[in-house]
Design a protein around this ligand. Structure first.
Ligand SMILES: [Fe+2]
Length: 403
């Protein structure tokens, strides 16, 4: 196979909205990146991380020594939690402001990278705050430059312009997206992902899977995003089980990380539609629910709705997981059950009722979701009209095992 002729031990450049250094050891490219910023007169750096992955992955030892060897001043905020809120963002800005940073380095999975983008905006707008940013009460036109060091193969945040956060009192977990929020430089180093445990490996990869299933079937999908989706699903099908069996399998990590990069570009171009906003309401209600888990619980019921509307695209995209599809709406039931079984085969058997949700929660979840979509959310990009009844149906089906 021709891919065998590529040198996968080298670092390659992938240019999209960001310049990505991709490959084993690419984290060391931080040195050249920071030297470039230093030449531009940048001396003061804000570092944004979660509590542990930046240490456990080994990224911080390398990055800190690079920052210190270049004699750059830095402040480090290490308090980003999964499913961050606008209050976390304001706290990070308050902690980092004293040195008047000129650059933000985010290190971690989706949450730290998204917070680093929001922080980069708010450090440029000292009178503003996270709540107003996520309520879209002001439109940022500029941000500090962001360097993203990605530590999971799910988010895509290192290559897209989005940042997700929750406004807790409104149970509104939403993404914002502005061109000024693209990381200028990103690092995707597969060696930094081998410390992901089995749960994180599975959930982050399934986040990628959902990115491409949605992006390839929105009303603004393109041949480009269908191509990205097709390759992404092929890679996930080939390498997810390998990474679960052997977390140190660097070849599997390489291709899952590459798949997540493609998925990030796909959602950057063609956005998402149903699964993501419905999941965001789940984790706005219960922030302890992992994003990839919530998405995967919803996925079979979303396929039931979208397969009849995009059968040819999905037959192509899903072929590595569900072979032999002809692209006919009559295959919908088979697609739904096959995806459900494929997920179950990897131990993903939880339903919303197992996470503490019940029938009584559904009307409230629907209400908050619809309110968060006021003014035009991604539900409008669905290939089928999304009604209140349809959302209720998907949530209700996701409560219990599918039959
Ligand atoms: Fe996602």
């Amino acid at each position: 196979m021709y891919l065998g002729e590529l040198d996968l031990r080298g670092v390659v450049e992938i240019r999209c909205g960001s310049v990505v250094y991709f490959g084993p050891g690419s984290v060391k490219r931080l040195e050249g990146i920071l030297e470039y910023y230093k030449k531009k007169g940048i001396r003061r750096v804000a570092v944004v991380t979660g509590r542990s992955s930046y240490l456990r992955s080994g990224a911080w030892d390398i990055i800190r020594s690079i920052i210190e060897s270049l004699k750059m001043e830095y402040l480090h905020y290490d308090g980003v939690e999964p499913n961050p809120t606008v209050d976390h963002i304001d706290e990070a800005v308050a902690r980092l402001s004293p040195i008047e940073p000129q650059l933000v380095i985010g290190i971690g999975g989706g949450s730290p990278l998204d917070v680093s983008k929001a922080v980069a905006v708010l450090l440029k707008y000292p009178g503003e705050n996270g709540r107003r940013l996520y309520s879209e009460e002001f439109t940022p036109l500029e941000a500090l430059p962001v360097v993203a060091v990605n530590l999971t193969h799910g988010t895509g945040s290192e290559v897209d312009r989005y940042a997700v956060a929750t406004i807790p009192e409104e149970r509104d977990k939403s993404g914002i997206g502005y061109d000024c929020m693209y990381p200028e430089y990103s690092v995707d180093d597969p060696e930094l992902t081998i410390t992901l445990d089995a749960r994180q490996t599975l959930y982050t990869t399934l986040d990628t899977l959902n990115h491409v299933i949605e992006a390839s079937t929105t009303r603004i999908a393109s041949a480009y995003t269908v191509m990205l989706a097709t390759e992404t699903v092929r890679l996930i099908s080939q390498y997810l089980q390998k990474a679960l069996k052997d977390p140190q399998d660097i070849e599997a990590r390489y291709w899952l990380l590459y798949a997540s990069l493609l998925g990030g570009i796909a959602i950057d171009c063609s956005v998402v539609h149903i699964t993501h906003p419905l999941e965001h309401t789940i984790s706005a209600f219960k922030p302890e629910v992992e994003h990839g888990l919530g998405l995967s619980i919803l996925l079979p019921s979303v396929l039931k709705v979208i397969y009849p509307a995009r059968p040819k695209t999905l037959a192509t995209v899903l072929a590595p997981i569900i072979p032999g599809l002809k692209g006919d709406p009559s295959e919908t039931k088979r697609v739904v059950l096959s995806m459900y079984e494929w997920l179950g085969g990897m131990g993903l058997t939880q339903r919303l009722s197992d996470l503490g949700f019940g029938e009584n929660d559904v009307p409230e979840m629907v209400r908050y979701l619809l309110r968060s979509q006021e003014g035009g959310g991604s539900l409008t990009l669905s290939p089928v009209p999304v009604t209140e009844e349809l959302i209720s149906q998907i949530y209700r089906e996701a409560l219990y095992p599918l039959k």
